[in-house]
Design a protein around this ligand. Structure first.
Ligand code: NDP
Ligand code: OXD
Length: 309
């Protein structure tokens, strides 16, 4: 039996080393050198080539290398009956909340403008947006959204959240389901997307959504590029529905050189780094599931494939 690592675009050495440190006996195969396909019972994946996993007829578990599983479910040829798992642990929300707080404060304290001022040697104090005057709306109150909500409240922001089912998070006004979306949006001066990418959420950051926000709202998308209709964002910035956006994820990654976002003065761009899979924090969980699978125990953090997250 072997564990296959199949993540063509990632540098996996630190993760493989961590797995070996934790379990020197573990047999690891690194795609595309997987040896006898029948040996593979567990696959650790990040954007595997669609159709590839069907080769492994003894596969029992496909483990996402991250929190999202859209990169697995986009494959129309997944082997049937195989369990899907994802990463749930505390360092990922910590990284994500740091990023979200940075993006929120950067906007409220206008650091981008001060960077410009510095280039122009311009001494120009500006009135900041005060936390107490800002309501932040978080779409998705799962492991990441709930952590960000709690930390933003500690900074003095008012926080509201939207999820499929109602949530009880201290200090957060919870809105649930499609019927509550318009009311939620109408109150969010800063909108943060932390939804999983599913058929229900694809394209949710669109013109209709932006038009329901208070005029001049700010967008932070740290979930997936396909949540956003990119042209609608450009139009909303032009018309003033939105005052700016901070984007960590994009429809096409890396963002193509000729993409209009690069030169837009009100769009902040980072290269899908808002949260990270930390080998030391995450590999124990992968290994735990591998051993659970071997001994027939229930796996941790199994994904509901029907729901898509
Ligand atoms: P969770 O599964 O823990 O939480 C998802 C949340 O979204 C839940 O609150 C869920 O509601 C809500 N939700 C799902 N579908 C809907 C819907 N149709 N309508 C309203 N609410 C919905 O996910 P995580 O917090 O772990 O991660 C969220 C996403 O963040 C990941 O899927 C991934 O795409 C992205 N991500 C991005 C990273 C980056 O570096 N940019 C890093 C890590 C993750 P309910 O609980 O009621 O079901
Ligand atoms: C994830 C990510 O889903 O890093 O974990 O995007």
């Amino acid at each position: 039996m072997a564990l296959l690592v199949i993540a063509p675009d990632l540098e996996m050495t630190p993760f493989v080393e961590q797995l070996h440190t934790l379990d020197p006996e573990l047999e690891i195969r690194i795609w595309p050198e997987f040896g006898n396909a029948d040996d593979i019972e567990f696959a650790l994946t990040w954007y595997h080539p669609p159709g590839e996993l069907k080769k492994f007829i003894n596969l029992k578990c496909i483990a996402s290398f991250g929190a999202g599983v859209d990169h697995i479910l986009r494959d129309p040829n997944l082997p049937p009956g195989v369990l899907l798992t994802r990463v749930v642990e505390s360092s990922m929300p910590q990284f994500m909340s740091e990023y979200v707080i940075l993006a929120v404060l950067n906007y409220c304290r206008q650091f981008d403008i001060y960077k410009e001022d510095k280039i122009n040697k311009q001494w120009q104090p500006r009135i900041p947006l005060l936390a107490r005057d800002i309501r932040i709306g978080i779409m998705g109150l799962g492991q990441l959204g709930a952590d960000a909500a709690t930390k933003l409240i500690q900074l003095g922001f008012e926080v509201i959240g939207w999820s499929r089912t109602p949530k009880t998070i201290s200090g957060v006004l919870s809105f649930a389901g499609d019927d509550a979306l318009a009311n939620f949006l109408s109150q969010a001066n800063i909108l943060i997307c932390l939804l999983p990418l599913t058929s229900a959420t694809k394209g949710i950051l669109n013109r209709n959504t932006f038009e329901k926000l208070p005029a001049g709202a700010y967008l932070i998308n740290v979930a997936r590029g396909e949540h956003l209709i990119e042209k609608d964002l450009l139009d909303a910035l032009k018309s003033g529905y939105l005052s700016g956006a901070c984007l960590d994820v994009f429809n096409v990654e890396p963002l193509p050189e000729d993409h209009p976002f690069w030169n837009h003065p009100n769009i902040m761009i980072t290269p899908h780094i808002s949260s990270l899979t930390d080998p030391k924090a995450v590999m124990p969980q992968i290994l735990e599931n591998y051993h659970r699978m071997k001994s027939g125990k229930p796996l941790l953090h199994v994904v509901d494939v029907e729901r898509g997250y």
